[in-house]
Write a protein that binds this ligand. Structure first.
Ligand SMILES: C[S@@+](CC[C@H](N)C(=O)[O-])C[C@H]1O[C@@H](n2cnc3c(N)ncnc32)[C@H](O)[C@@H]1O
Ligand code: SF4
Length: 283
């Protein structure tokens, strides 16, 4: 496993329209205990091919009252060549700008290029504040994220312009995974959007990525990322609310792979990470 996601907080301060955080009632909204984190670090330090630790989950990492302590615990992994990253909604950039700038990679979730669309997609925060605050970030890799949905698809091109203006190094697009979206009648055409993004890739220096279904393996996520929940259990992916012990996810990999392949989890049917070889939705 090359990459580990750690959910230090399953608590959030926004109500984004795409997010499972707001559509699932049985999410355990808690902060990770430091002991749980140190235990996870012991386990992952034994992984010899680890290249990336990413503080992300179903919640906002920077809301953890001990956020700085968590960074202090992982920062020495940088000297071992592990890339340290975080995905944030940006609401605490000013509070933690010094520590956030020490992450190798920071992903800021925007989902909009205007205040009007931002308010629809990410209620609870303010577009102008986010724009001002990201200017204070100096990370080597500054990745701006845009999850495509019915409200924002017309701003795909404007988002590249905004990202350039704000000094992003990477622009990340992904079609919203749909099982959690109440009205999932798509108003956009995926093929058309892929063409628009291809054109943007050719005419811009930024690293522009559209996450698409993989052509091999069972799932982009399960095959490459080990996800730790705030209680120290692991999950198949951030979108399936089924907790598994670390030991079991390692020992039962073959059985879990078969379960995913055989569509045991209905969420996979509408997920962009599910392999197209296994009937994942290509368009
Ligand atoms: C769940 S959030 C957690 C981190 C942080 N709270 C944030 O918003 O950046 C991680 C990423 O998942 C994205 N996301 C939320 N709902 C999604 C969906 N239905 N499909 C794909 N990505 C989604 C968010 O936009 C964000 O970039
Ligand atoms: S996308 Fe992030 S900020 Fe928005 S509700 Fe989900 S966890 Fe919170």
């Amino acid at each position: 496993m090359k990459s580990v996601d750690i959910e230090i907080s399953s608590v959030c301060n926004l109500k984004c329209i795409n997010c499972a955080y707001n559509s699932e009632d049985n999410i355990d909204k808690q902060f990770m205990k430091i002991e749980v984190f140190t235990n996870i670090l012991k386990k992952i330090k034994k992984m010899n091919n680890l290249v990336y630790i990413h503080l992300v989950g179903l919640g906002e990492a920077t809301l953890h009252p001990k956020f700085i302590d968590f960074f202090e615990l992982i920062k020495d992994l940088k000297s071992k060549g592990v890339n340290i990253g975080i995905t944030t909604n940006g609401t605490n950039i000013l509070k933690y700008v010094d520590v956030l700038n020490k992450f190798d990679t920071i992903t800021i979730s925007f989902d909009a290029a205007s205040a009007e669309v931002f308010d629809k997609c990410r209620p609870g925060y303010n577009f102008s504040k986010l724009v001002e605050n990201v200017k204070k970030l100096t990370n080597k890799k500054k990745r701006f994220s845009f999850i495509i949905n019915n409200y924002n698809f017309k701003e795909i091109e404007a988002f590249v312009e905004l990202s350039k203006k704000l000094g992003a190094t990477d622009v990340y697009y992904e079609f919203a995974n749909e099982p959690w979206i109440k009205k999932n009648n798509r108003h956009y055409d995926k093929t058309n959007i892929k063409l628009i993004i291809d054109k943007l890739k050719k005419s811009n220096d930024l690293n522009i990525v559209l996450k698409d279904s993989p052509v091999s393996g069972v799932c982009n996520y399960f095959d490459n990322v080990l996800k730790f929940n705030q209680d120290g259990t692991t999950s198949i992916c951030p979108f399936i609310n089924k907790k598994i012990l670390f030991e079991d996810i390692i020992l039962s990999r073959k059985a879990l792979t078969e379960d995913i392949e055989n569509l045991k989890y209905s969420e996979c049917k509408q997920c962009n990470h599910f392999s197209i070889m296994n009937n994942g939705t290509k368009c």
